[in-house]
Design a protein around this ligand. Structure first.
Ligand code: GZL
Length: 307
């Protein structure tokens, strides 16, 4: 840890500075790396002492980290829950220790919303709807079935559940859209490539890939090219995130559409932390601003992208 006494239930450490305990999911994707950088830089800029842990995408490591922050009596705990369920016990321990909790990026399915002060992050269902709307538009004149394969994010995670639901809600209106295979690629390139190779072996006529993040889409591109097909042409690809490598593939025509999911949550997180430590009221839900990109828009946007 980087020092800092932390006042537990107080209004911050003795010198008025705040100590935050942050439990990060892992380092599974370009998005996650950018998110970690945003949190660390924003803490420094805000004068907040940050205790940071990487859970390697394991819930038990996040629970351990949160428990250690409670022991250290930090002023505020923030984390991105790798999956939606199984948090009530440790969040009750934080509440009993009078340490406010902020959910960032991903959400929990706890019924007791008093267990956290606010949830800062994207509307993943809306991201899935945006992906579906683009596809419906692209195939509005198609009469034949549109065969879709789906690379889901981490099983049980809010982005995987919600991106799937939002997409299904939109394409479900037209029976020509068929999801012929759907499996988790755990948000990583390696797994995305591996699962896409299996999809290609089992399904000779795939029209579209919907990948819940750029990294799985980039892995799938390697599999598609390895199978002698042209990504972006033989198989249309929609992904979510808009990190640099995804935007580059979009500009190069290997991806057809990207729904942005901003990782730059650091500054808003630190503002919220300062408020909750002073027991000021905050919005229960803070939704991230984000957009979408076509291939042309990616070419224009790439030079200015921060990550
Ligand atoms: C979404 C975030 C997801 C990204 C993935 O907010 O939780 O996790 O879409 C990342 O790239 O791994």
């Amino acid at each position: 840890g980087c020092g800092g006494s932390g006042g537990g239930s107080g209004s911050g450490g003795g010198d008025g500075s705040i100590t935050m305990g942050f439990s990060q999911v892992g380092a599974e994707s370009g998005w996650r790396t950018a998110n970690t950088k945003s949190v660390q830089e924003a803490a420094k800029a805000a004068g907040i002492t940050l205790k940071f842990s990487d859970a390697q995408q394991k819930q038990e490591n996040q629970i351990k980290a949160i428990r250690s922050y409670i022991q250290q009596k930090v002023d505020v705990i923030a984390f991105s829950p790798v999956v939606e369920s199984g948090w009530d016990t440790v969040l009750k321990e934080a509440k009993n220790a009078k340490i406010p909790v902020i959910l960032t990026d991903r959400a929990v399915d706890s019924k007791d919303t008093s267990l956290y002060k606010t949830f800062l992050g994207s509307d993943f269902v809306e991201e899935g709807r945006k992906a579906g709307k683009w596809l419906v538009e692209q195939y509005k004149d198609a009469k034949d079935p549109v065969n879709i394969v789906e690379l889901q994010g981490t099983t049980g995670s809010a982005p995987a559940n919600d991106r799937k639901a939002g997409f299904q809600e939109v394409i479900g209106a037209d029976p020509k859209f068929k999801i012929i295979a759907s499996q988790t690629g755990d948000f990583t390139r390696a797994k995305g490539k591996e699962v896409m190779e299996a999809f290609l072996k089992a399904n000779p006529d795939i029209d579209v890939l919907y990948a819940h993040n750029d990294d799985m889409g980039l892995g799938a591109i390697e599999a598609i090219e390895g199978a002698g097909k042209v990504p972006g042409k033989d198989i249309k690809i929609i992904t979510v995130d808009a990190v640099h490598d995804g935007m580059q593939a979009l500009a190069d025509g290997k991806i057809n559409y990207i729904v942005e999911c901003s990782p730059l949550l650091g500054p808003q997180l630190m503002d919220l932390a300062k408020k909750v430590v002073k027991n000021e009221s905050v919005q229960a839900r803070v939704v991230t601003e984000e957009t979408t990109f076509t291939q042309e828009q990616a070419k224009t946007a790439l030079p200015d992208r921060k990550y």
